[in-house]
Design a binder for this molecule. Structure first.
Ligand SMILES: Nc1ncnc2c1ncn2[C@@H]1O[C@H](COP(=O)(O)OP(=O)(O)O)[C@@H](O)[C@H]1O
Ligand SMILES: [Mg+2]
Length: 268
């Protein structure tokens, strides 16, 4: 399964959700690739730490060489890096992606990511794609290359209104380029169920027919610590409440949500 984590707004949890879902996916024994399309490279830093040395080939090198016809899509394997976690690899980002953005758009390279992923797919069960906070060339490439899209949402009223434009953008890509593209759901991040405003906003989304997922992620400083340690929650804090929430989200997305276990009766 190929999944894009997308919202034009920054700071809503795209990179955090991408990496934590991917880390759980790999820990479940599925060969997992993360693709970091954001020039800020937050997912890259989260998964590789300081491991992205200046000489490390990144997605920026891939796109750059592709522009000058020095490589074919087959060569994309050269740009994949293993992480410290078994079964979890990454195509890292680099800030040079920003410089390449306009050239790639002008030369109609919008299908190159999809083609490159097709080369890599035999080696992976699942791909998680992190996107920049904009509906730009890289985000469009990702939405063309994917089967599904997950939308992190931060319970803000402005963000709620922006969701309708976002859904329209996804529909347009579906109509023009990718008929199989589906929105798997809206993930409510930093959700505080005790405050009434977030509750009301989420209820409004549901009433308006948006596919809000049941699993939500609470606010937690532990997540920021896990970024600092470049270690996704399942490795950094296995038994933390938020780790359980990421697991529940993963299970909901993968259709493996477990029914609550029945209490054992004596002798049973
Ligand atoms: N559930 C959460 N609780 C606390 N902090 C969070 C949570 N999710 C994300 N963050 C923090 O919010 C910031 C933005 O998250 P990030 O995943 O980088 O968003 P985006 O990729 O959408 O810009 C980061 O500093 C991250 O550590
Ligand atoms: Mg990000």
């Amino acid at each position: 399964m190929r999944r894009v984590v997308f919202n034009q707004k920054g700071g809503v949890g795209k990179s955090t959700i991408t990496c934590n879902l991917a880390a759980i996916n790999a820990a479940e024994g599925r060969r997992t690739l993360v693709v970091d399309l954001d020039q800020q490279a937050n997912s890259t830093q989260y998964l590789l730490g300081q491991g992205v040395a200046g000489s490390t080939p990144t997605l920026a090198d891939f796109f750059s060489e592709m522009l000058s016809f020095r490589i074919t899509r087959r060569a994309v394997k050269m740009f994949v890096h293993p992480t410290a976690h078994e079964g979890l690899d990454i195509l890292p980002a680099h800030h040079d992606l920003e410089n390449l953005h306009d050239k790639l758009g002008a030369k109609y390279k919008i299908y190159k990511l999809r083609d490159a992923l097709e080369e890599l797919l035999p080696g992976y069960d699942d791909v998680y794609i992190d996107t920049p906070p904009a509906m730009n060339f890289f985000t469009r490439s990702a939405l063309i290359a994917t089967e599904s899209c997950i939308i992190p949402f931060d319970c803000d009223e402005f963000s709620r209104k922006a969701l309708y434009q976002l859904m329209a953008d996804v529909s347009e890509i579906r109509d023009d380029h990718n008929p199989g593209l589906r929105v798997e759901g809206v993930v409510v991040n930093q959700y505080n169920p005790r405050a009434s405003l977030p509750r009301r906003i989420v209820q409004t989304l549901r009433e308006e027919g948006l596919p809000v997922l049941n699993a939500h992620i609470s606010p937690s400083v532990k997540i920021r610590e896990s970024h600092e340690h470049a270690s996704p929650m399942i490795h950094y804090a296995r038994r933390h409440k938020v780790t359980d929430e990421y697991r529940a989200l993963w299970q909901e997305l993968n259709g493996t949500a477990r029914k609550p276990r029945k209490k054992r009766v004596n002798g049973g």
